[in-house]
Design a protein around this ligand. Structure first.
Ligand code: C2E
Ligand code: CA
Ligand code: CA
Length: 656
């Protein structure tokens, strides 16, 4: 039993196992440069010995055996040198090391047998040379096989034991001394081998662990853990690589940036777990739609990106984009809910629309941002018109930063009229900017620029202060409707600043309606909701502007403390001709009645439109049919005409 377990241990000790594959590979790596050296040492020593025996020993021993050795050693040297730059498989490394073990055994036996068989043919000096050859070869081989403990031990035992025994019984004191010496030195050397081998194995182990940690760090640094896609950092790395490649090959390259619409409300309403699994599903969907030329990454939040090498024509690109948008619109069945969102994509291409990496990305982003404002849920391609817009925006931004806004901003007021009584119930404050350099800049241009540049908070304060001062002079039953931008209600201190301005004005907050857009709700539902609740507590009304153009669902509306909705003018412009618009306005009016909300119909321009609204039971209206926006000075003259229809009709005619 004891013997059996001892044999098993010895076997384990001398065999090459694949228990530790990394160790095998490291041994192979070291050996591929060390083993040829070992064979070279053996050859040189063997010939140095053989030559001294040429005249005395038979040719078989003095010539043929060394020649045979040389052949075998050369084959092995060539074999190892050829595998020097190969990264072996674990199996190949194991086989090569097992072969080394076997050869170590055979060569040990052969050298011992050969050296001892030369012994009878030599004089005392030549015998001394044999002893020296065996001792030095043994030591040299052990050192060269340091990293393969089994081979080192085998060679030590096979060469040294016969050597020590043979020379101990030679009866010659100096040989006996040499045998004892070699025995002790080899023993010590084997202990060194055992220790060094442990160090070597430990060092390989440490290196393997370090590599694993490095790999993990690399993966974490370049991948998004939620979706498993490459992250923003890797996206830019890949984009740069692909860009230079495309430029060298003269290929077209496209960048697509995808932004989800309606993701934030899902996150807010159903929680982060549902939000996370939705992002995971979106990632998988995008990957399933990608071909081998398309790389999908997640840039962060609900933003994804595509790199499309060798992309087809613009229309191919847009068709692919629309395919993705259509897929994103289909419902996502998650564990806790089935949700529906949509996504928009902005594309830009090299070399036609951008000529460097930065521009490719920025322009795709621009196409997305601008496309989304007019037609969410679709694919957009950056165009030359956008270049003009970008230049215009940067001029506007520059001017906004340098402007004396207190002086240059003014407010005009458009009446909101009771459809039945024709009485002006409120005025909507609309900003006007007259800049000495740019002249009159419409709000539809400068408000979005101010929003993007983070300047809108300052503008809101100035416009609101001016509007509140003006409204304070109106009769008590005439209200003020004021537009807030996304940043006003989504920035942490935006709502607080607005509350401060309203309270400082001394006006009754009940006379004030604050208009917010769906975009603000989409941007950050939770924060917008908190801000709106704060403003509502103050007593202000909250109106949802441009209703019907976005994606607000009923459940979202219910979650907000709204008091009014404003039906977007796009539905009203052809209400008397287009049955679809008619139906939409009809259902929105019914919806607002059911929810107990006030409803303003925007953009009423003609008598026919107004008549249709009357027939549908509309409550409040606003538009050129009643009046354009008028200046503060014109209000006094306007207000006494509580019934505004006649003058409005005149105004409309005048406007045409
Ligand atoms: P909005 O809030 O939808 O404002 C209504 C816009 O429609 C105004 O354009 C108004 O002049 C125009 N409008 C009114 N009646 C009619 C009509 O019958 N037909 C047509 N075609 N248009 C009509 P305006 O003043 O150019 O303002 C454009 C947008 O700029 C506003 O859209 C609003 O989103 C934004 N805006 C204006 N003033 C401010 C402000 O003080 N703060 C913020 N955040 N946004 C503002
Ligand atoms: Ca408005
Ligand atoms: Ca509006």
């Amino acid at each position: 039993m004891l013997l059996k377990s001892l044999l098993v241990r010895v076997r384990r000790f001398i065999s090459v196992t694949d228990e530790n594959p990394e160790l095998l590979k490291a041994q192979f790596e070291v050996f591929s440069s060390q083993v040829p050296l070992m064979y070279a040492i053996m050859l040189i020593s063997a010939w140095a010995l053989a030559i001294t025996f040429i005249d005395s020993a038979p040719p078989l021993l003095a010539i043929y055996v060394p020649v045979f050795f040389t052949l075998v050693c050369c084959i092995r040297i060539i074999g190892w040198l050829r595998s020097r730059h190969i990264v072996p498989t674990i199996e190949a490394a194991r086989k090569a090391l097992t072969r080394t073990n076997l050869f170590a055994l055979l060569i040990g036996v052969a050298i011992t047998a050969w050296s001892l068989s030369l012994y009878p043919y030599g004089d005392p000096y030549m015998r001394g040379n044999i002893a020296f050859f065996m001792a030095i070869t043994g030591v040299g081989v052990i050192i060269c096989l340091l990293q393969l403990r089994s081979a080192a031990f085998m060679v030590a035992i096979i060469i040294n034991i016969p050597f020590v025994l043979y020379f101990s019984f030679s009866g010659i004191p100096s040989f006996i001394g040499m045998a004892i010496n070699t025995f002790l030195v080899s023993g010590a050397l084997l202990m060194v081998v055992a220790v060094q081998f442990r160090h070597f194995a430990a060092a390989v182990d440490a290196r393997t662990r370090l590599e694993t940690v490095n790999e993990e760090n690399f993966r974490l640094a370049n991948h998004d853990s939620l979706t498993g896609l490459t992250n923003r950092r890797k996206f830019f790395y890949n984009l740069t690589e692909t860009f230079y490649d495309a430029r060298a090959k003269g290929q077209r390259l496209a960048v697509g940036i995808i932004d989800l619409d309606g993701f934030k409300p899902v996150n807010d309403l159903y929680g982060h777990v549902v939000g996370d699994s939705l992002l995971g599903d979106v990632g998988r969907l995008l990957v399933s739609l990608a071909d081998r030329n398309m790389l999908v990454s997640r840039l962060g939040g609900d933003e994804f990106a595509l790199i499309i090498r060798d992309c087809g024509s613009d229309s191919d690109l847009l068709a692919k984009g629309e395919q993705i948008c259509t897929a994103l619109r289909s419902p996502f069945v998650l564990a806790d809910a089935t949700v529906q969102i949509s996504g928009s994509i902005g594309f830009s291409t090299f070399p036609h629309l951008a000529d460097n990496v930065h521009e490719l990305y920025e322009r795709a982003d621009y196409a997305l941002y601008h496309g989304k404002r007019t037609n969410r849920g679709h694919a957009f391609l950056f165009s030359i018109d956008h270049v003009v817009e970008i230049e215009q925006s940067s001029r506007i931004e520059q001017a906004l930063r340098n402007a004396d806004l207190d002086r240059e901003l003014s407010v005009v007021y458009q009446p909101i009229v009771d459809i039945k009584t024709r009485k002006t119930r409120a005025f909507e404050a609309l900003a006007r900017w007259n800049n000495p350099v740019l002249g009159n800049v419409p709000p539809a241009l400068f408000i979005p620029v101010a929003e993007r540049a983070g300047l809108v908070g300052g503008l809101t304060r100035i416009i609101l202060e001016k509007a509140l001062v003006t409204a304070a002079s109106w009769p008590e039953d005439v209200g003020l409707s004021f537009n807030l931008s996304t940043q006003d209600i989504c920035s942490p201190d935006g709502a607080v600043r607005i509350v401060g301005t309203i309270m400082a004005s001394g006006i009754d907050p009940q006379r004030l309606d604050l208009e917010i857009t769906e975009t603000a709700m989409m941007y950050d539902f939770a924060r917008a909701k908190t801000a709106i609740e704060t403003l509502k507590t103050l007593g202000c009304g909250i109106a949802l502007d441009d209703f019907g153009t976005g994606y607000s669902s009923l459940s979202q509306l219910h979650a907000l403390p709204l008091t009014k909705i404003k039906i977007d003018r796009s539905f009203v412009s052809d209400i008397d001709k287009n049955p679809a618009s008619y139906k939409i306005v009809k259902s929105l009016l019914a919806l607002s009645r059911d929810m107990g909300l006030g409803c303003v119909v925007e953009g009423v321009e003609t008598r026919e439109e107004m008549d249709t609204l009357v027939s549908l039971g509309g409550q409040l209206a606003q538009g050129y049919y009643y009046s354009h926006a008028i200046s503060e000075a014109e209000i006094d003259a306007f207000l006494p005409n509580t019934v505004v229809a006649i003058s409005a009709e005149k105004r409309t005619v005048a406007a045409q």
